[in-house]
Design a protein around this ligand. Structure first.
Ligand code: CP
Length: 318
């Protein structure tokens, strides 16, 4: 592929969106746009990363992130290798550090890591020479999800984030997606609202650059996009929610709620969805829903992320 302008990517690793300048984000989204065009062609493979190696180290389950990074690497002609926790020597007690040093000894260009522990990606980034990309760490951050969400909105809004309001709804407390999206959407100029029952808001949320609501009907008024989040029952302590049906009655986003939103409101969900809990099935499949567009955006955005991090060292050779 041809990449027209010279932009020196300043980051060895991608740990969170907070490390990115607005110019970095715009460059990445622009590059993802070029890869998105390639993904519409009958033949979607280009030789851009031929000879590069990408390791997908997923110590936590994933469908979208793992598959789209794998597909992104293969469409760029990189060699991709997957390591899951089950089936690896992690289950025999090998430490994260020794596992990572073992992987590095095989000379990959990029390791994408997903891990249950917040800070796992940073832990590797401080110890390894190859690029580390955070595919989601604990409750902390999911930068590639936030970037693909902004890629979808950027296309829907033709690059205009200023003046737009995005509502993030649901289990904010346990959501790395919410944390990364609040920072990224604010950086791009959008206003952010959060809506959740008090027990599903994280400590310190009042210091975040966002307006807080607990009433969905009020929160949705006039918004340009709503992102519903999965109720992460596997990460919750018992007792945070008295009753799942009561939660759905108050916070399940449905078609009726959109009457209060902007006329061309967009609906996002990072997946996996609990239909009927945080989003109604009818809305998940409605024309306003960008859910599958987000998945397609994930491949293009992750192609850009792999390209920038796998080729960064080449700058010195040019
Ligand atoms: N949104 C997201 O991270 O989905 P997966 O867990 O399927 O990767």
């Amino acid at each position: 592929m041809q990449h027209q302008e010279r932009y020196i990517w300043p980051h060895k690793d991608l740990l969170d969106v907070t490390q990115l300048s607005k110019a970095d984000v715009m460059h990445l989204l622009d590059l993802a746009g070029q890869f998105h065009e390639i993904n519409q062609r009958p033949v979607k493979k280009v030789p851009t990363l031929k000879g590069r190696t990408v390791v997908l180290f997923f110590a936590e389950p994933s469908t979208r992130t793992k598959t789209s990074f794998d597909m992104a690497g293969k469409r760029l002609s990189a060699d991709t290798f997957s390591l899951a926790k089950s089936g690896s020597s992690l289950v025999k007690g090998e430490s994260l550090k020794d596992t990572a040093l073992t992987l590095q000894a095989m000379s990959p260009d990029v390791i994408v890591i997903r891990h249950t522990s917040s800070g796992a990606a940073q832990f590797l980034a401080e110890r390894l020479d190859c690029a580390i990309v955070n595919g989601g760490d604990g409750w902390h951050a999911h930068p590639t999800q936030a970037l693909l969400d902004s890629f979808s909105l950027n296309r829907a809004w033709k690059g205009q984030f200023e003046g737009k309001t995005v509502l993030i709804l649901g289990d904010i407390a346990h959501s790395r997606v919410a944390r990364s999206n609040v920072h990224l959407l604010t950086k791009l100029g959008a206003k952010v609202r959060l809506c959740a029952p008090r027990t599903l808001l994280p400590a310190g949320v009042h210091t975040w650059p966002a307006e807080i609501y607990d009433n969905l009907k009020k929160a949705v008024q006039g918004v340009d996009a709503v992102m519903a989040l999965r109720l992460q029952l596997e990460r919750q302590q018992a007792g945070l929610l008295p009753d799942l049906r009561e939660y759905a009655n108050r916070y399940c986003l449905g078609l009726d709620h959109l009457k209060e939103a902007a006329a061309d409101v967009k609906v996002l969900h990072p997946g996996p969805m609990n239909r009927g809990v945080e989003i109604s099935s009818a809305l998940a499949d409605a024309p306003q829903s960008l859910v599958l567009d987000q998945v397609a955006s994930g491949v293009a955005t992750r192609m850009a992320i792999l390209f920038l991090h796998a080729t960064r060292k080449d700058e010195g050779d040019r």
